[in-house]
Design a protein around this ligand. Structure first.
Ligand SMILES: C[S@@+](CC[C@H](N)C(=O)[O-])C[C@H]1O[C@@H](n2cnc3c(N)ncnc32)[C@H](O)[C@@H]1O
Length: 201
């Protein structure tokens, strides 16, 4: 899977689909979560930083964590003196970070992680008290979304109620689902949700 993203990195931002998803996810997120210039945010599966760079002007810092070094190199290339995202190449499920964040955001990365419960357990431990998660991914689909094949795709989207139970089981409260975007393809449409939740203790 990492090889797939390493190969795709240099052309990842080409075309409208991925940038449109990131823009709509950011709009939905910023309507639901009050971003503040005192916040340190982690973007999980940040890729080339499409979501990270939308969030960055509104907060103190954004760290983009990913297992693909080539995707993260694209973040380095976009970094400027005024707007920087910190790239971190690490599988935080296996090797957690020391830092604790005010919020974790993510777009279209969760379906590439096999163990969703472990992912939310990991998010929980990486958050400060009162921290939030805002995670966007596909509603349950039939496996046709990835037109180039399902290598490294562990979930064909997510059933909301199954995911809600996983998130609550990790210890989160106030789990809310919001419609974020719909990818329109020739044969069918693929809705994307943003789920938000808080670590209250
Ligand atoms: C579909 S891309 C989405 C990238 C970006 N969020 C966007 O919206 O363009 C999924 C990303 O998740 C990353 N990824 C997959 N498993 C991961 C893991 N365990 N930890 C960190 N990143 C992971 C991949 O390397 C890839 O860059």
């Amino acid at each position: 899977m990492t090889e797939r993203f390493n190969n795709a990195a240099s052309t990842w931002d080409k075309g409208d689909m991925r940038t449109s998803i990131a823009s709509s996810v950011f709009q939905t997120l910023s309507n639901r979560i009050a971003l503040k210039n005192t916040m340190d945010i982690l973007d999980f599966g940040a890729g080339t930083g499409l979501l990270s760079f939308k969030v960055r002007p509104h907060v103190r810092s954004v760290s983009g964590v990913d297992v693909s070094i080539n995707m993260l190199e694209q973040i380095e290339l976009k970094n400027s003196d005024g707007v920087e995202v910190k790239p971190i190449c690490q599988d935080i499920l296996a090797n957690p970070l020391e830092e604790r964040f005010h919020g974790i955001v993510s777009s279209m990365a969760m379906h590439h992680v096999e163990d969703t419960q472990k992912l939310f357990d990991t998010f929980y431990t990486h958050l400060k008290k009162d921290g939030f998660v805002a995670i966007a991914d596909l509603e349950a689909e039939d496996g046709s979304f990835h037109s180039h094949g399902n290598d490294g795709v562990y979930h064909f989207g997510f059933e909301r109620e199954t995911l809600r139970a996983i998130i609550e089981n990790a210890g989160f409260s106030n789990v809310r689902f919001h419609h974020a975007y719909t990818v329109e393809k020739e044969v069918q449409n693929y809705p994307i949700f943003l789920v938000t939740a808080h670590k209250v203790v």
